[in-house]
Design a protein around this ligand. Structure first.
Ligand SMILES: Cc1ncc(COP(=O)(O)O)c(C=O)c1O
Length: 391
């Protein structure tokens, strides 16, 4: 009989180097594989399972909606979608929402919106500046803005008009701006690039520049948004507010949803400009509404702030003990440790010992537990990591 890996190899395109383990169930911060082995999940499907696994409030909300109606095209209004948009705009400085199905689609939507704004409000400006080491997705538009050649090289040439500046380097950014620049896109905390938070002064200067030069400032908070850093949106830590934001991952708690939010001044899409067949359907919006209820109404944000301080302290303790940890960095429950050895070695050993983690680049191990993680879970994870590092 074929192993699951052999079966997968026969029928799936080889786009992922998947670990030959199939996760079959989950509860809270724990998942079990098909053989019954349990793992502490400090990865949350890469910042997606924000409420962990099998969360009662989330499951109820989705099951309720499942029994009513799960999809209808946006030809008709849908109450779950309107409620979600209302929750997002009333808890932010934004005014309007558009829903799609993933992070990359949210970046595509932001890109098109920025192009339209450039056309209508800035003499046809069309160029977009993104950051080196950024990650914005895999579709052609978002890949054009992803500042890592390893993702782009097989698909060049990509969208014209995308240029790159060094992250946190305002002088470099200023040099790249010209009269045709319509937008700048930044992750307030770079995720795939290695968990690098933006500098306060840098973001303030970028905001000032964009306002002065009539450039749309887009923050990609697909990974760092939706409570991950302890505030609903990462930019709130900096008190710097973008014109458009991209969201996905944790927004749906595991269901596929993406969104852009914009301020009224940049709300320029008109009927026919943009659409998504599944975008914001009642089922995924019911899940996202449950996530927001936990974050905003049931004090999950406060919980995240508390446990995040605890996790960072514990990781810093490990840093003081082991020379191979060069740095602990990140914001809230979006933390990374930079190692002097390949991160994959530690991630693999931790998994063998029942702890799920991921790498970010070659030397960073990232910690993205579900937002409901407790100090007890953290103690357990740190103890596994400690024994792996000791070895
Ligand atoms: C910051 C950022 N933007 C966009 C994306 C793309 O999201 P998706 O994989 O849902 O298309 C990711 C995915 O990791 C991301 O981290």
């Amino acid at each position: 009989m074929d192993s699951i890996q052999q079966k997968a190899g026969k029928v799936l395109m080889h786009t992922y180097n998947s670990i030959p383990i199939s996760l079959a169930s989950g509860n809270g911060c724990y998942v079990k594989d098909s053989e019954g082995k349990e793992y502490l999940d400090f990865l949350a499907g890469i910042a997606v399972n924000s409420l962990g696994h099998n969360h009662p409030g989330f499951n109820n909300a989705v099951q309720n909606q499942l029994n009513k109606i799960i999809h209808y095209y946006n030809l008709f209004l849908n109450e779950q979608q309107i409620e979600l948009a209302d929750k997002l705009v009333s808890n932010s400085h934004f005014d309007k929402a558009f829903f799609c199905n993933s992070g990359t689609e949210s970046v595509e939507a932001a890109l098109k919106l920025a192009r339209k704004i450039g056309k209508k409000q800035k003499n046809g400006a069309w160029k977009i500046i993104a950051m080196n080491k950024s990650f914005h997705g895999r579709t052609t538009g978002s890949l054009s803005l992803t500042g890592q050649m390893k993702y782009q090289e097989s698909f060049l040439p990509l969208l014209p008009g995308a240029t790159f500046a060094n992250f946190n380097d305002f002088t470099d950014l200023e040099k790249k701006v010209d009269a045709e620049t319509c937008a700048i896109i930044i992750e307030p905390v770079q995720g795939e690039g290695g968990i690098y938070p933006a500098n306060q002064e840098y973001l303030e200067k970028v905001r000032e520049l964009c306002t002065k030069e009539n450039i749309v400032l887009i923050f990609d908070e697909v990974q760092c948004g939706m409570g991950r850093t302890g505030l609903l949106f990462a930019h709130e830590h900096f008190n710097v507010y973008p014109d458009v934001i991209c969201l996905a991952k944790g927004l749906g708690g595991g269901l596929p949803i993406g969104a852009i939010l914009s301020t009224e001044a940049f709300n320029l899409f008109e009927p026919g400009d943009h659409a998504a067949t599944f975008g914001g359907n009642p089922l995924v919006c019911a899940g996202a509404n449950a996530v927001l209820t936990e974050l905003v109404d049931n004090n999950l944000l406060e919980h995240i702030q508390e446990v995040a301080v605890y996790l960072k302290e514990q990781l810093n303790n490990l840093k003081n003990k082991y020379n191979i940890i060069k740095e602990v960095r990140g914001l809230g429950l979006m933390l990374g440790i930079e190692l002097t050895i390949p991160a994959v070695e530690i991630v693999t050993k931790c998994r063998e010992n029942g702890l799920l983690l991921a790498t970010a680049g070659s030397s960073v191990v990232r910690f993205f537990p579900p937002l409901i993680v407790t100090e007890e879970d953290i103690d357990k994870a740190v103890s596994i990591l400690n024994s792996v590092l000791r070895e």
